[in-house]
Structures are given as structure tokens and as C-alpha cells.
Ligand binder design. Sequence first.
Ligand SMILES: [Zn+2]
Ligand SMILES: [Zn+2]
Length: 120
Amino acid sequence: MALTNCVRCGKVFSPEKITSVCPDCIQKENEDLRKVTEYLRDYPLANIMEVSDRTGVFPAQILRFIKSGSLRITAAPDAYKCRMCGKDVKKGTLCQDCMDKVKELKEAVKKKNKDKKKHR
Ligand SMILES: [Zn+2]
Ligand SMILES: [Zn+2]
């Protein structure tokens, strides 16, 4: 059987099935995949750098998951979801309702700050 280098640790091993990771790393690999999948379930539009940052999984690793088909990322522009309520939006990160809400909140904060100044 042909020998191959583990893409994670570089160890030479003979794969029993088509895999690029040695038996020692398979468990770590599955763990990484689980973490990334879970993160993307909560934040479907997170980019790879962000996912890597939050999960501690290397970007190259995440790319490999995507390439191998183990991981699917949401990239279609029509698949945006509002980051606040999860409603589908055409573009951007917030739906109209939440955008209005955020605006109101900002206005409220502004007003509060103004009131504070007045009392001084
Ligand atoms: Zn390995
Ligand atoms: Zn919303």
C-alpha cells in the first residue's frame, strides 16, 4: 500500500482508506470539524478567519474541510439572514425591522447623552 504524509502532523502512514490524515489525527480532525460546524450553525455567514479565531482551528484546515466536502459554508448572496432575528434578508446583515430598532436604540442613547449634559 502506498505511503502518504499526514496533512496535519506530517507523519508518514499507510492509509487504509482514502484519507490524508493519519490515525492519530483523525480524532482531532473530527473534533475540529465538529467545532467549526457548530460555529457555522450559529453564524452561517462568518468568514473563515472569524471561524478560525473563534474555534482555534487553522484556516488551512477549514479550507480543507470545505474542499473535501465535509463542511458546507453559506456563500450565496441570497442566503443572507438577519443577524439579530434570523429572518431572511436580501442583502446586508440586518432586516428592515431590526435596522429600525437599532436606529431607535442609537437615537435613544444620543438623547440620553444629551440629557446628561443638560443636567450637568
Ligand atoms: Zn497526523
Ligand atoms: Zn431582523
